[in-house]
Design a protein around this ligand. Structure first.
Ligand code: MZP
Length: 503
């Protein structure tokens, strides 16, 4: 007969944290969110750590190079998706590693023959008002001039005219040669009272732009996550098919951490993939496994496969329909609690701490806080990051509001890339993910700052100063339906809700 587990499957909304003693030292500036990302022996430190315990999902609509750069700058890490060719994925990893803080590769470029209307469209699409005018309209070709919002008036000038009649020509620009340091570039900006400094190579091709505001931004970002060579930190995903070829290209490109991307990681395919990659690269690579939802899956990936960290979660993702399609999965709170207890037992038995990551279904900041309180070392999120400015998808307007497309890796949209390999892979018979839209939420940094502020405030309420202490001291209770109602507002009119209903 089938086994029925004792407790029912539970979600984060079914719990509340009980506050602990908050002493004078429990203030947000004293809270550290530094967490391990790879296994380590008790009494030592993990050799790879995140400064902010957030990683982005290995998904086409989430983890491109721009998001990876923004997230590493805020202390977390992106996992560049593997549902693309090996070359393209390695190129994205390389782009993150080659990112020089303060040196921006211009993504807003036009040819001199483009019209002002083209400039307006480009400005709307990228949100950038500084446009480089280059010979062939791309970064890397000869710089001809710069066009900013000061050079023309959208509602006054004739938008059919070419930008060559409006831009500031190269001869009148303040420029610097490739090789200049960020400090020197900033000095030039300051002396000439400029906002933007184009950097060109010996042949006059545009290489980077340095912005005044980025310098201050960089200086005031103490959580930035970098490797030993001060390059930004980035992860990348592997599948269980071409993992040998792919891992080689990703390691070569500079990926700091790899992870098998699979909805169900409790499998011999995954074990074989992790073992083979670890055998090839030894300690040079960190490979995470997953996803699992119970203690036995965790044990299997750690003991049999040798996973360096383990991801938890099946069927909870915002775009995921696995549970309704296949009847597989578990409430994320139950899954995290079960795996966290297996992780603690493993530490007691073997003296090795294996970090765990709660992946998917974190629909608000409270869910993130709960996942960490229940034992997760870090969290992986898709929707949360898909909504930000830096995710790879374009913004679009619907009924006056901004949205971004977001689709599951198990949807036919994501799986289309595999067509060229159809002979090697089974056809997609049914989908496990949907194709959707999410509201645009603005720059990643602002969003992460808000979440971090809430997380630190809760940790202070609970009387803890680190995520490790949070795991040890968090006290949670289960809530009744009436408690949930009590927690909301009651008998008050919220103006923003009234207006939303009238819209
Ligand atoms: P969320 O943060 O949007 O709720 O969930 C993101 C997570 O959902 C991913 O990290 C991955 O584990 C999972 N995912 C991605 N695609 C699918 C799907 O198509 C999916 N079913 O479940």
């Amino acid at each position: 007969m089938a086994t029925i587990l004792d407790d029912i499957s539970r979600t984060f909304d079914e719990f509340l944290l009980i506050s602990g003693l908050t002493s004078e030292e429990h203030i947000p500036t004293n809270v550290s969110l530094r967490v391990p990302i790879t296994k380590f022996s008790a009494g030592t430190e993990s050799r790879l750590q995140l400064n902010t315990p957030f990683v982005s999902a290995a998904m086409q609509a989430v983890s491109g190079p721009d998001l990876a750069i923004a997230l590493a700058r805020r202390g977390g890490a992106a996992f560049i998706y593997c549902s693309q060719s090996i070359e393209e994925q390695a190129r994205m990893v390389r782009r993150v590693k080659e990112h020089k803080a303060g040196f921006v590769v211009s993504d807003s470029n036009l040819t001199p023959d483009a019209t002002l209307q083209d400039a307006v469209h480009l400005r709307r699409r990228t949100g950038h008002s500084t446009i480089a005018v280059t010979e062939n309209g791309s970064n890397g070709s000869k710089l001809v001039g710069m066009l900013t919002s000061k050079d023309f008036w959208e509602f006054k000038d004739d938008l059919t005219r070419p930008v060559r009649e409006f831009y500031t020509p190269r001869e009148k620009l303040v420029l610097a040669q490739e090789g200049v340091s960020l400090q020197e570039a900033t000095e030039i900006l300051w002396k000439n009272k400029k906002e933007c400094l184009p950097i060109i190579d010996k042949s006059g091709n545009l290489r980077f732009l340095v912005f005044r505001r980025d310098y201050f931004d960089h200086k005031s970002n103490p959580d930035e996550l970098t490797d030993s060579e001060k390059r930004l930190f980035v992860g990348a995903a592997l599948n269980t098919h071409d993992y040998m070829e792919r891992s080689e290209a990703l390691v070569e490109a500079g990926a700091d951490v790899l992870c098998i991307d699979s909805s169900d990681g409790y499998s011999e395919w995954q074990c074989k993939a992790i073992r083979s990659v670890k055998k090839e690269f030894g300690d040079r690579v960190v490979v995470g496994g997953g996803n699992v939802v119970a203690a036995d899956g965790f044990r299997y990936l750690v003991e049999e496969a040798g996973a360096d960290f383990v991801k938890i979660g099946i069927g909870g993702g915002s775009i995921c329909i696995t549970r309704e399609q296949k009847g597989i999965g578990r409430g994320q709170a139950s899954a995290v609690l079960d795996v966290a207890s297996a992780r603690d037992e493993y530490l007691k038995e073997k003296g090795i701490y294996v970090p765990i990551c709660s992946d998917g279904g974190l629909n608000n900041d409270t869910h993130i806080i709960m996942a960490l309180a229940m034992g997760a070392d870090f969290v992986m999120m898709g929707k949360y990051f898909a909504m930000t400015e830096e995710s790879p998808t374009p913004k679009m307007t619907y009924k006056g509001r901004l949205y971004k497309p977001y689709w599951g890796e198990g949807s036919s949209r994501a799986r289309n890339w595999e067509r060229y390999k159809q002979s090697e892979r089974p056809e997609l018979v049914f989908e496990e993910g949907v194709d959707a839209y999410v509201p645009y939420s603005g720059p990643l940094e602002d969003k992460v700052n808000t979440t971090v502020a809430k997380l630190k405030a809760t940790m202070c309420n609970c009387g803890v100063l680190s995520v490790k202490e949070f795991h040890e001291k968090a006290v949670l209770c289960r809530v009744s339906e009436m408690t949930l109602i009590e927690g909301g507002t009651s008998n008050v009119e919220q103006l923003d809700r009234i207006y939303t209903e009238r819209d």
